[in-house]
Ligand binder design. Structure first.
Ligand SMILES: Cc1cc2nc3c(=O)[nH]c(=O)nc-3n(C[C@H](O)[C@H](O)[C@H](O)COP(=O)(O)OP(=O)(O)OC[C@H]3O[C@@H](n4cnc5c(N)ncnc54)[C@H](O)[C@@H]3O)c2cc1C
Length: 452
């Protein structure tokens, strides 16, 4: 179960952050007893353990150079759907998309849908409170978690279930529901062994529409209108700027697609009627400046998978673009901020002004604009370029916070974004986080360097 050979350690030394950290050892537990043994051994030796799922973290949360890296991929992959209770229980190493397919086979919808769902694990999705395009309609992972089985830092294994009551005044809010302690805790408070999720009925039909716009302002106005107008009921509202749309065009191998577009909005409409309300959508698109002639409709599972592949091409392309510069101290710089949606256009403008002031290019922008949550990406080719782009990120985050936003909406803080957390949280909030960490992991055994 324990490997210390350098080759093995190197193969777990990177995640999607572009950082490299070589662990002292790699642990590959096969079952729950192995996890507990590893935790107890680390506690008595005074060493540390950082848990890793699929290592798709963009923040360095799943790598470490302090103590052991515990990969949970070799644990049994178990999925149990209960169609009557409309729940699914899965072990932490199960791939999120496999879980969704298992639920769909029973006519049920597992809603959390991070773009990385074909590679990321259930444990990672819980530990990062992952969200995705359809979180616009269904929320992030957190509201769908019904119960967790967790190995704690003292080696005990506990099952926590959300209270099934509408009212509760017993104690401070953070103690009322321990399930919430672990969701989004980035491996710092416990090891999630299994998770149970509530499910929804699978809609009979989902239709995707990729709508190009000649002007970004029209695209963002369309998003605001589509959120409010009862004429349409989108379950997702995703955005790509001109350059990101270009990545999608190339992935589609169709150089003519949306050629004159300054932006694209991808919407999905789900329902139980066999026909999509295309007439309603076309009228709505035309009345909000969309280029209806260049619209693309995605219907059926294969077409929806293709739409997903095209959107996934954007972060993948930026990742590939940055890869040659990793060895020279460069990397992809990526934001994960969110603002109340009506402030999105103002926040994007402020960020572009900050880029102009620093003499750098505007970021490639794409993502979950329906939630006021666009991702901005730059490629830094060396440490100087990195410092300039991180400076622009800081300027942007100050503008975001001034508009009531957050510095990290879904990718977490990990190691890469620790410097942004104090922009948002005050000392009192940090001291409450420290108290929680101390209560659950007084030795600091789990995921050292994440969040703090
Ligand atoms: C191309 C790309 C697209 C992405 N798109 C999205 C997106 O749309 N939405 C989104 O939210 N994220 C996205 N991400 C980020 C990432 O995929 C998610 O955060 C994902 O949930 C991480 O899962 P993982 O299995 O890879 O976890 P890892 O990267 O291995 O670990 C992430 C964190 O979770 C902890 N962890 C992992 N398993 C456990 C466990 N069983 N118990 C306790 N802690 C654990 C680790 O210690 C670490 O802190 C994207 C990443 C990439 C590379």
């Amino acid at each position: 179960m324990t490997a210390t050979a350098e080759d093995v350690r190197r193969s777990y030394a990177r995640d999607a952050s572009g950082m490299t950290m070589l662990p002292d050892a790699v642990l590959r537990p096969r079952d729950e007893a192995d996890v507990v043994d590893a935790i107890r051994a680390a506690a008595s030796a005074g060493t540390t353990i950082t848990v890793a799922g699929a290592q798709t973290s963009t923040t360095g949360a799943s790598i470490t150079d302090r103590g052991a890296l515990m990969s949970l991929r070799a644990l049994d992959a178990r999925v149990r759907v209960d169609p009557v209770a409309r729940t699914v229980r899965a072990s932490c190493g199960v791939i999120v998309a496999d879980l969704r397919r298992a639920c769909a086979e029973q006519g049920l919808l597992f809603t959390p849908d991070p773009t990385s769902d074909e590679s990321c694990t259930v444990g990672g999705a819980v530990a990062c409170n992952a969200s995705g395009a359809r979180s616009f309609a269904y929320g992030a992972t957190r509201p769908h978690v019904a119960a967790l089985r967790v190995a704690l830092a003292d080696g005990r294994v506990e099952e926590y279930r959300r209270p099934r009551i509408g009212k509760n005044t017993a104690g401070y809010l953070p103690v009322q529901d321990p399930v919430d302690w672990f969701i989004g805790s980035e491996g710092t408070l416990g090891v999630v062994l299994e998770a149970e999720f509530s499910l929804l009925p699978l809609p009979a039909r989902t239709t995707g529409l990729a709508v190009p716009f000649r002007r970004e302002a029209d695209a963002l106005g369309f998003v605001l209108a589509a959120r409010e107008d009862p004429a349409v009921r989108p379950v997702c509202l995703e955005y790509t700027d001109a350059e990101a749309t270009g990545f999608m065009r190339r992935a589609a191998d169709d150089e003519g697609w949306a050629r004159g577009a300054a932006a694209m909005v991808y919407v999905e409409d789900s329902g139980d009627s066999p026909e999509a309300p295309l007439d309603d959508w076309l009228s709505f698109i035309e009345s909000h400046g969309g280029l209806a002639d260049d619209l693309r409709v995605f219907e059926g599972d294969a077409a929806l998978r293709e739409a997903r592949r095209l959107r996934h091409a954007v972060p993948s392309a930026m990742h590939e673009r940055a890869a040659p510069f990793l060895a020279k101290g460069g990397r992809r710089v990526s934001t994960d901020w969110a603002v109340p949606v009506r402030h999105m256009s103002g926040a994007l403008d402020a960020s572009r002004r900050a880029a102009d002031a620093r003499g750098i290019e505007h970021a490639v922008t794409y993502g979950h604009v329906g939630d006021g949550h666009p991702h901005q990406n730059w490629v830094a080719r060396d440490p100087d370029e990195l410092a300039a782009r991180e400076g622009c990120v800081e300027d942007t985050l100050r503008e975001v916070l001034a508009r009531g936003g957050t510095v990290a909406a879904e990718h977490g803080i990990g190691k890469l974004k620790k410097r942004w957390l104090p922009l948002q949280l005050g000392e009192r909030q940090f001291s409450m986080m420290r108290a929680m960490k101390h209560a659950l992991d007084p030795q600091g055994l789990l995921a050292p360097g994440n969040l703090w």
